[in-house]
Design a protein around this ligand. Structure first.
Ligand code: ATP
Ligand code: MG
Length: 477
């Protein structure tokens, strides 16, 4: 059942119960007051009649000074007749409670008669068919005879008024409940609107419309809930967006990887087939096997790079204090075989917190790129400076440069500005992607500046103190 109807039904039930109970007590109170008044009246009347009976007895001529039964009968009849307008009935009994006179329609009930005591008026409410009476009884002393005088006064009207009171109250309550229900319905609709809007928003979001937000229509707790829901939806949307981007990046990565494998493999298979199916002369045989060798090497290089990237994505690092000079000596040694181009190193002495092999790999990649971008006789400058932010490494070349619109893309896996040129130099487009991952582990990043045709400058900063993530705590212990 809808929340709206639940509130409505429970409120109406509560109101109906409250109206019912209060109405019952109100009508009953009015009735009881009226009945008390009628009883009081009947008791007064009973006393007056007793007095009238005693007086009438004194005025009747008596034989032997004794009040005869038939005289009592006559007095009773006279008294009843004199008060006929009020509809009152009389019954008179002698000292043995033997009936002397009874008005027509007087009850046969003797409980009041049996309970009459001297000086007190006894009474009870009597129900006969649809009529109600107050039945009173009193003892009268007429000429030394103790007589029992009873009256029956009609109070049906008091009971009818109670029934009318209940009926009117029931109708008024019903009308009031109907009106209240109508008003309540609109109030509940208004109050539950935020819930309906939230439900709608949830459904739309569940159907894939992640950008949809619930409209906030109140500033109470439900308004707060809407606000919190929208905030949650924002966070979820961002997370979903990130996950989508990640999935897309992975798909791109796999597609590029498959492509990178396909090209050298096709060539290798082609040349290998040529070698086994025909007898080639010395030069052609050399060229074919050389091609197989170089493409094989490229594949090996590719697989190592991929392995590096995968491993760095999974593992934490163990930074150690390393003398900056170590990196520059390493570069000089690695690129010593390159006689065509020149590597210049300038650096401040200093200590950085890093994992030595990983940073060596970053620098080697950057210098390798710089050499690839520089022509024959090109110069590549690698420098190290102590700054406030940390130790800054910089690799600068005066080569082809990177177009501005490509600057962001060069760090993506398999991205190469000039594919044929890079491939010819065993490039796979993974070097910078790897550098980004390695520096991420050191809480650092690549800053690339480049001007097409003039050269490129790539920088990154390493902390001189223990500020990188990894197993530092463990190392300190
Ligand atoms: P790999 O490093 O996997 O052998 P790669 O050098 O082509 O191959 P990255 O190091 O990721 O791949 O570089 C991506 C691309 O960015 C390069 O193909 C090149 O086009 C461009 N690039 C990188 N460094 C420079 C640079 N110093 N000058 C000009 N272009 C550069
Ligand atoms: Mg490279």
């Amino acid at each position: 059942m809808k929340f709206l109807y639940k509130i409505l039904i429970w409120t109406i039930i509560t109101m109906a119960t409250a109206f019912g109970i209060s109405g019952y007590y109100f009508v009953n109170h009015v009735f009881e007051t009226a009945l008390d008044r009628a009883v009081e009246q009947a008791v007064d009347d009973s006393n007056i009649l007793r007095f009238a009976l005693e007086t009438a007895a004194l005025n009747i001529p008596t034989k032997y000074n004794v009040l005869q039964d038939n005289a009592v009968h006559e007095i009773g009849a006279n008294l009843e007749r004199s008060s006929q307008g009020s509809g009152r009935l009389l019954r008179v009994s002698d000292e043995n409670r033997k009936l002397l006179y009874a008005g027509e329609g007087f009850t046969d009930d003797r409980s009041v008669l049996e309970n009459i005591t001297k000086d007190n008026v006894t009474w009870q409410v009597l129900n006969q068919g649809e009529s109600y009476y107050i039945h009173t009884g009193v003892m009268a002393n007429a000429m030394d005879r103790n007589l029992y005088l009873e009256t029956m006064e009609d109070v049906t009207q008091v009971f009818e008024e109670r029934a009318t009171g209940f009926s009117v109250y029931r109708k008024v309550t019903l009308v009031m409940l109907l009106c209240s229900a109508a008003i309540l319905f609109f109030v509940c609709m208004l109050l539950t609107k935020p819930i309906r809007l939230l439900t709608g928003a949830t459904r739309r979001m569940a159907a894939g419309d992640y950008g949809y937000r619930a409209k906030q229509v109140s500033s109470d707790e439900l308004g707060q809930l809407t606000q919190d829901f929208n905030h949650m939806a924002n966070v979820l949307e961002d997370t979903i967006g990130e996950l989508r981007d990640e999935v897309r990046a992975r798909e791109d990565f796999i597609a590029a990887f498959a492509h990178e494998l396909k090209t050298p493999l096709t060539a290798i298979i082609g040349y290998a087939d040529l070698l086994r199916s025909r007898k080639l002369d010395g030069e052609k045989q050399f060229l074919s096997s050389n091609y197989i060798y170089t493409e094989g090497k490229r594949l090996e290089n590719l697989s190592f790079r991929l392995l590096d990237i995968i491993v760095t994505k999974r593992e934490q690092i163990s930074p150690q204090p390393v003398e900056a000079g170590v990196f520059f000596q390493y570069l000089t040694e690695v690129f010593a075989g390159n006689t065509q181009q020149e590597l210049k190193t300038v650096y401040d002495p200093g200590t950085v917190y890093a994992e030595e092999d990983l940073i060596k790999s970053v620098l080697a990649n950057l210098v390798d790129n710089a050499f690839k971008a520089s022509g024959q006789g090109g110069i590549v400058e690698v420098s190290g400076r102590n700054t406030e932010r940390g130790y800054v490494f910089e690799v600068k070349d005066f080569g082809v440069g990177i177009p501005e619109n490509e600057l962001k893309k060069v760090t993506e896996a398999f991205y190469m500005v000039d594919k044929s040129r890079s491939r010819s130099r065993n490039g796979a487009g993974l070097g910078l992607a790897l550098c980004v991952e390695l520096l991420r582990l050191h809480n650092s990043e690549l800053l690339i500046e480049s001007t097409l045709g003039e050269g490129t400058c790539i920088r990154f900063v390493l902390p001189e103190k223990q500020a990188v993530k990894g197993k530092r705590d463990h190392e300190d212990r």
